[in-house]
Ligand binder design. Structure first.
Ligand code: CTP
Length: 229
């Protein structure tokens, strides 16, 4: 594996990491979101920067302190995350994009400018689809080799099967799959039990800290980027 004089596996590389949930407002007081805390993505950003990479971390609302040396961009909604990722690709094209964010698949069709009151008429919530940021990156890359694209699949059962589907449909290089219903592997946990799913096969990583999963991902990225300009 290529390392610089300090043994840094990602020296000279730029990695874009997304982390945390997105939050889709309903009105000034309410939103739709999910249980992601951003721990996995922040651990990946820390591992990448410690491996010598320049790291851009685009994150949704979280209560974590960003790792030292990382460029952070805070966003709220999926559309804002998509715009921040596009801006990064435009201004400083990364060697790899790691989409660990739990992007909300839907947003309210309308956002009320005033707090919706109990007395207001029918409370039927109409949702519209958010763009799939990772699938958009896969489609835009086409047959090019860069950037390396890594997705996550947080599933409640059959993680490897779903990850294989996502690998193909989103046209990415690696999907890190986990079962969020398994003990010690869900949102907010400090540990995870994952599978690295790629076209050439599946590697199971037994239960370990999210930081150790991040270190394994750094090793994977370094191998994939080896020899590349
Ligand atoms: N993702 C994304 N944009 C979305 C939804 C997901 O970029 N609108 C990315 C996530 O960051 C993750 C991967 O796609 O890397 C898989 O996300 P996941 O929520 O597991 O899958 P979905 O494609 O949303 O499919 P489903 O919810 O049906 O499992």
């Amino acid at each position: 594996m290529r390392r610089d004089a300090h043994g840094s596996a990602l020296s000279g590389r730029h990695v874009l990491v997304t982390a945390g949930p997105t939050r889709e407002p309903l009105d000034p007081a309410r939103f739709l979101s999910n249980a992601s805390t951003g721990k996995a993505g922040f651990a990946i950003a820390a591992a990448c920067v410690e491996a010598g990479a320049r790291v851009t971390l685009v994150h949704g609302p979280v209560s974590l302190t960003p790792p030292l040396g990382v460029d952070t961009v805070g966003v709220t909604t999926a559309l804002e995350m998509q715009a921040a990722v596009a801006a990064c690709l435009q201004s400083a094209p990364p060697d790899a994009v790691v989409m660990s964010a739990a992007v909300a698949d839907f947003r309210p069709a309308e956002v009320s400018t005033h707090k919706v009151k109990k007395a207001d008429a029918a409370h039927t919530l109409t949702l519209v689809r958010n763009p799939d940021i990772l699938a958009g990156l896969g489609a835009a890359r086409g047959d090019a080799a860069r950037p390396i694209l890594v997705g996550f699949a947080a599933e409640s059962g059959h993680p490897v099967e779903y990850a294989r589907d996502k690998l193909r449909s989103k046209r990415v290089d690696l999907v890190v799959a986990n079962d969020i219903t398994a003990e010690g592997a869900g949102f907010g946990s400090d540990t995870n039990h994952v599978w690295f799913v790629e076209a050439s096969g599946v590697t199971e990583l037994s239960m370990r800290s999210k930081r150790a999963v991040a270190d394994a991902l750094v090793e994977w990225l370094a191998r994939r980027l080896e020899g590349a300009p």
